[in-house]
Design a protein around this ligand. Structure first.
Ligand SMILES: *Cc1c(COP(=O)(O)O)cnc(C)c1O
Length: 823
């Protein structure tokens, strides 16, 4: 992209406010050019040629990052207002709404190109169809496609602005959740060929009825020459007469393409009738969704006039699409980012941004295969890849493939191999350790073999943590806060069992104000891993004061004894204004100063300069149970009284906070200056209405180790506590009470989920294993089992076990591996 600021201004209908020298004198033409667009303040790819759109949402405002961006060299910003003190420091294009401006920009940019564009929408399968089409058409076109599932109001413009002169086919997906969204996406994608995958129930809540949903989706095809879709009367009624259709069906012979299906062991044979001709293709899938997605792709190939032989050859090679960038623990203290299914320039940029967000290790390695479909010639392509690698501060590049090997000299610290085999042979000499490794390769390179080599081997039970769900839940609770209320997030007990460091890292990205841990060592390990956020320690033992100070943690002080010993150490170390947090007991009767201590507390603090009261807090005993509302209100009243007394007597205005998760929900008026969010972040609420709005964070998964059939009358497990009353199929699953699954959950009280079906746990839960009755479920050894997640939920388990979700989450043993992912 090369565009001048002057061209863009009228398109965005922006008012300009630019630095004089940069933009008016004729000898600095260079500075006026923009070469890329960004909305991500964290990307190391931002530079002097970047046009940064400062998007803002209910809980997020990128205007606050502009000062930092100016420091890192970004010079052009699209804003809704100029942040304080920044006028004259950069070029600002001021618009009414920055997202609208981004979309207008993308629509304009799209208009500069004229080649076929396939626009995909529908309820399911969009991303898979897009990835498969990219694979099927890749040998013959320079394709620009939306990366991953960038299909939203923000994702689409970011995809579109990556088009370059050399592309000759576009494949973009469009996703909507409510009315009036599609028209905007259509303006940016401008598809010439439409593809409607299907209309299902996803996002139903955003539409008043099915007709409205169909009508909205079809708006993507307002200007297409052709619409490819399943022959379906309900949908047909809404398609405009002007749009030509190309339909398929497995039932209705009047469709343009009629398809017969025959399943075999691991394949499906499709018998295709088209234009009076007939031919067979085989696809390596058996499930209905994959078959339907494959047929959509087949339709595009037919429309493009491919020969039956080519269609047959290419479709036989379709593969499962991995839609997430997975973060895994690797050998020798490494973190792996597994993106082993695609290699193109656009998704490389995204993966590098993601790599940058994983700050566990300073050292970063990229294992990269030859790159396909950049639309650039190889010389130019590898020069650009090299620039990306440099701007992302990558320490080492391992190139795999003949082309990347030929351009080895473009990279600084680089080794190359001709193929994945050669890499595997040299594996032991590559000394992987203490680093984050991005593994990114085109499918043909089979980088999953590299992942297998690098992945830490543990048993097959994992707790999968959905980082996007955590962000969602965080934003949900933020939206309940007054704009100026600060947010402390409790990451004690290893992030409620979900992983301390990774979650802390994510929270740092989200600019929360404080973290809270229970003990000093939890805080120390976060600080040592590089977390910069201030951390409050709820329960600092006197013996840990020295290391609290050393690591810059902030203690909660809850007694005169604790205060005195902290002050003694603070004086020895000649500290000044060291931040401490004063806890008041307002009725919980766990930790905290009581009313009759307050005068002495004031007296001590008044004659002391070595500490500073950063905050005053208390904790509620009944914020979750409105039957005790009066008690809760009395705690708040007492907090008001005692904290005010302290503030007046000490002439200070510290942060005050009393609410935990359920307090945020039930006592909004007591937000004071900060709240302490805990369990809600991890997707659990005790309010059923609120629960619906939270996303599930942790899914505990295992596999079936063995399956056996037993006759009626046989028993299962210790003490013969289960006797089959009819012949049964029993699966053994390698997770037990040593992993944190309560014995109370056995003996048919609890269940696991296999292939989306409930399988009751039979017999007693053992130390490392449990058995489930999978009679009537079509499953085999090695299949995945969900222990908790969407079903059963942690709430359900807690209710059945007569405990609370907190105990179940924090009880999952540390020997269970945590795997983090983003959707
Ligand atoms: C754990 C804890 C919280 C968070 O409680 P949730 O119910 O998980 O939101 C808040 N404050 C203190 C003092 C805590 O110990």
């Amino acid at each position: 992209m090369t565009l001048s600021i002057q061209t863009i201004v009228p398109i965005l209908q922006a008012q300009t406010n630019c630095v004089q020298e940069d933009y008016d004198s004729s000898d600095s033409e260079q500075a006026k050019q923009i070469d890329s667009v960004s909305i991500d303040s964290r990307s190391l790819q931002n530079g002097p040629g970047t046009l940064f759109f400062a998007l803002a949402g209910p809980n997020y405002d990128a205007h606050s990052y502009i000062a930092n961006l100016i420091d890192t060299g970004v010079r052009q910003f699209v804003v809704s207002h100029i942040p304080q003190n920044l006028e004259g420091k950069a070029c600002f294009l001021i618009v009414g709404n920055t997202l609208d401006a981004l979309q207008q920009f993308a629509a304009y940019y799209r208009g500069l190109f004229d080649f076929p564009v396939i626009g995909i929408t529908g309820s399911n399968g969009k991303t898979i169809v897009k990835e498969w089409l990219n694979f099927l058409l890749g040998p013959d076109y320079n394709i620009i496609r939306s990366p991953k599932s960038y299909n939203s109001q923000v994702g689409v413009p970011l995809s579109v602005v990556s088009i370059n002169e050399n592309h000759n086919l576009g494949i973009f997906e469009a996703g909507i959740s409510t009315v009036n969204e599609m028209a905007k996406l259509e303006l940016m994608i401008r598809p010439t060929i439409g593809l409607l995958t299907n209309i299902g129930t996803a996002h139903d809540e955003g539409f008043s009825n099915l007709g409205e949903k169909i009508r909205e989706k079809l708006k993507l095809f307002a200007h297409t020459e052709l619409l490819i879709c399943h022959k379906n009367k309900t949908v047909e009624a809404f398609i405009s007469q002007k749009v030509k259709t190309f339909t398929w069906s497995c039932k209705d012979e009047s469709a343009d393409v009629f398809i017969g299906k025959t399943a075999s062991v691991d394949k499906t044979l499709l018998n295709v009738r088209h234009h009076g001709g007939k031919f067979d293709i085989r696809i390596p899938f058996q499930d209905d969704a994959s078959i339907e997605n494959a047929i959509q792709c087949l339709m595009v190939l037919l429309h493009f006039g491919y020969s039956h032989e080519t269609i047959e050859q290419r479709m036989a090679l379709l593969y499962p699409v991995e839609m997430r960038l997975k973060v895994k623990n690797g050998i020798n203290n490494t973190t792996l980012i597994d993106d082993s299914y695609s290699s193109d320039f656009q998704s490389l940029k995204i993966a590098l941004d993601f790599l940058e967000s994983q700050k566990q290790y300073k050292k970063k390695t990229v294992i990269l295969s030859d790159i396909f479909q950049s639309g650039l010639d190889t010389e130019e392509l590898y020069s650009r890849v090299s620039q990306l690698i440099i701007s992302n501060k990558i320490h080492r590049v391992i190139g795999i493939g003949e082309t990347i090997s030929a351009y080895k000299n473009k990279f600084v610290n680089c080794v190359t191999f001709k193929d994945t085999e050669a890499f595997a042979e040299a594996f032991d000499t590559l000394a992987f350790g203490n680093e984050t490794i991005l593994i990114k390769g085109a499918r043909t390179f089979e980088f999953e073999k590299i992942v297998l080599l690098l992945e830490e081997k543990t048993h097959e039970t994992v707790l999968e943590i959905n980082l996007n769900a955590i962000s969602h839940n965080l934003n949900f609770f933020k939206s309940k806060l007054n704009p100026e209320t600060k947010l402390m997030v409790m990451v004690k007990a290893f992030g409620y069992g979900n992983g301390g460091f990774e979650i802390a890292k994510l929270l740092e990205h989200h600019h929360v104000d404080y973290l809270g841990v229970a003990f000093a060592d939890e805080g120390i390990s976060l600080k040592s891993a590089g977390i910069k956020l201030p951390i409050m320690v709820l329960n600092p033992e006197t013996t840990s004061f020295q290391s609290i100070i050393q690591h810059g943690l902030e203690p909660e002080i809850y007694s005169l004894k604790g205060l005195k010993s902290f002050l003694q150490i603070a004086k020895q170390r000649k500290l000044e204004q060291f931040p401490i947090h004063i806890k008041i007991d307002t009725g919980m009767h766990r930790l905290g100063f009581e009313e009759n201590n307050i005068d002495e507390l004031i007296a001590i603090l008044n004659e002391n300069k070595s500490v500073k009261v950063k905050s005053i807090l208390s904790h509620m005993a009944t914020s979750d149970d409105l039957r005790f509302k009066d008690f809760a209100l009395s705690q708040i009243a007492r907090f008001e009284k005692l904290s005010s007394k302290l503030m007046q007597a000490l002439q200070i205005s510290p942060i005050r906070h009393i609410l935990n998760t359920s307090g945020i929900t039930n006592f909004r008026e007591a937000q004071y200056d900060m709240v302490r969010l805990g369990i809600g972040l991890y997707g659990v609420s005790n309010d059923p209405e609120e629960q619906k709005k939270l996303e599930n964070v942790g899914t505990l998964k295992s596999v079936i180790s063995q399956i056996r059939s037993i006759p009626a009358g046989d028993s299962v497990g210790y003490g013969r506590r289960f006797i089959a009353d009819k012949p049964a199929k029993i699966a053994t699953i390698p997770i037990g009470y040593a992993d944190g699954i309560s014995r109370g959950w056995g003996n048919e009280k609890g269940f696991v989920t296999v292939k989306n079906k409930k399988a009751p746990i039979v017999g007693s839960v053992c130390m490392d294993m449990l058995m489930a009755d999978v009679s009537g479920i079509s499953c085999k050894e090695g299949d995945r089992v969900v222990i908790f997640g969407e079903s059963p939920t942690v709430n359900e388990m807690a209710a059945a076990l007569d405990t609370i979700p907190y105990e179940i989450l924090t009880g999952i043993s540390q020997r269970v591996k945590r795997v983090f992912y983003r959707e």
